[in-house]
Design a protein around this ligand. Sequence first.
Ligand code: NI
Length: 162
Amino acid sequence: MALREIRVLGDEILKKTCREVKEMTPRMKELVNDMLDTMYEANGVGLAAPQVGILRRIVVIDISEEQNEPLIMINPRLLETEGEQTGDEGCLSLPGKAGEVTRPNYVKAIAYDTDMKEFEVEGTELLARAICHELDHLDGHMYVEKVNGPIHDVNNEEDEQE
Ligand code: NI
């Protein structure tokens, strides 16, 4: 298990566009495993590679209660979005804070897994929100650009942070 330092809002790396992964090298696999460890350790439901300082199009998500169903997306792209949901959203790069963001309520995305096999994933509600949130990170965007109202403190440390 290896933890990586999570970059926080204000770090220039979080504003940069990430490059595609061309092949899954041992180093990239190690990065994916470290991202999972780092996300779980921080009680997050999602983490994108730039949040640990690596400008590659990789995200990890796990919205399961037991945090044992990792979704690893390499070079992810949205194929379809539908509907709307509005709710609080947090981010591991802005710990202890949340803000209300409107997102699609359904998304369909395509990505590669760690064997560089293409797969599609569909999600609604929290999964749809997490996918949109993480994909934004790959293009240098954070939810704070999309909040409807003020960003507020969250007292409950169990609150989901992406
Ligand atoms: Ni985030």
